[in-house]
Design a protein around this ligand. Sequence first.
Ligand code: URC
Length: 305
Amino acid sequence: MPTTYLGQNQYGKAENRVVRITRDGGTHHIKDLNVSVALSGDMDDVHLSGSNAHVLPTDTTKNTVFAFAKEHGIESAEQFGIHLARHFVTSQEPIKRARIRIEEYAWERIATPGAAPAADGGEEKRHSFVRKGQETRTTEVTFDGARWQVISGLKDLVVLNSTDSEFWGFVKDKYTTLQEAYDRILATEVNARWRFNWTADEQPAPQWETSYDEVRRHLLEAFAETYSLSLQQSLYTMGTRVIESRPEVDEVRLSLPNKHHFLVDLEPFGLKNDNEVYLAADRPYGLIEGTVLRDGAEPGIPVTD
Ligand SMILES: O=c1[nH]c(=O)c2[nH]c(=O)[nH]c2[nH]1
């Protein structure tokens, strides 16, 4: 006599992080989704006897998400989910129900007033984005009775350039498999701290609110306007832009995780991926950190992370 029976069950690949870039000349558009597929239907056998005859692999459901991003585009999360759900239920007899859950991450453009016009037709380049949602502003104030030290900052400011980033000419040893990249996505989460040169009550204090807004703006603009050969180069440009634009700041420390976006190989499905569909990987990630100082300034920001 059986002592158990199978209740509700479902399966599929969860959290497919798909990024679709659409190019309209120098203006790029981005759709950034987290897509989870759950299929159910005539799945008794795989649970009870181990026969996979009705099982469309979860790996295939993942591939379908990326292939559909290329084939059908991502007009909206709803339209994309409808396409996928219909496909699974109508193409596989044993699958009776498909549930597609999608989270969408919203991005807005970084305005780049100083950006050079694009070579093609003098049109302004528009391929730089900042993730919607407020970053966290930080400050650390220290006083020893005579001297002040103020280190302010921000964290979790996520930015992305969908072109104008290359990475090549690096060291190759027997463990190197990374291909050289001549047009890649560059994305990072800006974690920055900057030290004010205001140290004594006799000196006029900086305009803290204006200073924050301006440092943030310079970080964003420098990221967006830099044609980057490495995230290290972008880091130095961002720090330098702040120091050169803000006389009240003598030192900037940046910690920039390289949020890798891997071009998905769609060749097996007969599709050409012309820098359109990416897998946004969350880990492991490169972590690029460094301090930029005004000439003559001594480092004062502790290296804590
Ligand atoms: O901008 C980059 N800097 C690196 O040091 C590095 N290393 C790597 O694998 N990719 C990248 N990208």
